[in-house]
Design a protein around this ligand. Sequence first.
Ligand code: GLY
Length: 382
Amino acid sequence: MNTFNITSAFQDASWIRDMEDKLNRKMAYAIGKAREAGCIPYTTDGKAWKDNPIGWWTNGFWPANMWQMFRMTGDQIYRDEAVRAEQMLDAALQDFKNLSHDVGFMWLIQSGVRYALEQNQDSFDRTLYAAHMLASRYNPNGFIRAWNGKGREGWAIVDCMMNLPLLYWATEETGDPRFRQIAMNHADTTIKYFVRPDGSCNHIVIFDPETGAFLDNPGGQGYESGSSWSRGQSWALYGFVLSWLHTGETRYLDTAKQVANYFISQITDDWMPRCDFRQPAEPDIRDNAAGNIAACGLIELARALPELEGKLYFDAAIRILKAQEKDAANWALDDPAIFTKCTSAWHDIPGRHMTMTYGDYYFIEAINKLRGDNLLFWYPNR
Ligand code: GLY
C-alpha cells in the first residue's frame, strides 16, 4: 500500500521558509526573556514570561520547543537552553509526590529526545524514572489515575492518551512489557468510557477506585458534562495515532480516525477550533492549542493511510495551521509568546485567549514535520 507522503504533498515552500524565519527570530528572543526571568516559561504576563512553579505539567514543552528549534536550525543556543530547563526540572523529580499523570509531557519530549540525540545516561535515567512514576499510577481496574488529592483516586482524563508514549518508550528501551500493557489497558478503557459513538469524547471519567465501576463524567475543562472540549478531542486524536504507531493495533488507528472525522466535522469555516465544540454561540472562545495539537495528529494520521484517504486529513491540518497562524500568531519581537488565543478551560475566564508554550510547541512540531524532519518527539527511539 502506498501511504500518503506529506513532503511531496506539501508544495508551499515559501510559507515554510517564512515560518522558519519567523520562528527562529521569535524563539531566539524568547530565550533571552526566559533567562532574564530565570524560569521555565509557560505563559506571559504582559510581555514577559510569567514564573511558574517547577513541577507544573507544562514544564517539558519549553525544552521541547528548544529541541524542535535545534532540529530546525542546528543552532546550539537552542540545545543549551533545553539543557538548562531539563536540569531545572530535576527539582520536580525530587518532589515526586506532587507529580501527576503528566510526566510524559514533562520528560519524554525533552529528556527522551535528548537521550535519542546524545545517548547521555542522565537523560535516559530521568525518562525511565518518569515512566516508573506513570506506571505506579495504574489502577488494576484498567485506568491510570490522573490527578492527586483525596477523593480523586478514581479520576481518569482523556489528556492521558498523550502520556502513554512514555510507557511504550519504557518497554521498547527495557524489554519489560508491563509498561506497554498498562498503556494499552488504559487506551482500551479510554475507547470504552471516553469516546462516544459520534467520535466526541468525555474529558473526565470517574471510576470507583475499588471496583472500576463507572460513576460519573463531569464537564472538566469544557462547557459541561456531555459537551465536547476541543483540546480533549485533540488529545484523543493525536494520542490514539501514537498508540497505533507504538503498537500497530488497528483499533487505535480506527479510533483516531473516528475522533478526527468528528473534529473536522465540528470545525467552523474559519478553521479555528472553539474551546468547546458545544459551547454557546457567545462568547466566541477559541483554543489555538487544540488546533495545533489536532494538526499534528492529523498529519501523523495522514502518513499512516493510503494516499486519497490521507489527503483528507492532511488538507484539514494545513487549513488549521494556516488559519490559526494568520489570525492569532504574534511575531512581534517585544513579546516572547506566539499564539494569542489559547484557552485553559471554558469556565476559567482569565484563562481565555492566553498564551501557552504548548500551544506554540505543537505549531513548531507541525512545521518541522512539513520540513521533512522525521524525528517524532513522542517516539524518539523509533
Ligand atoms: N492537560 C491539561 C490541558 O490540556 O489543559
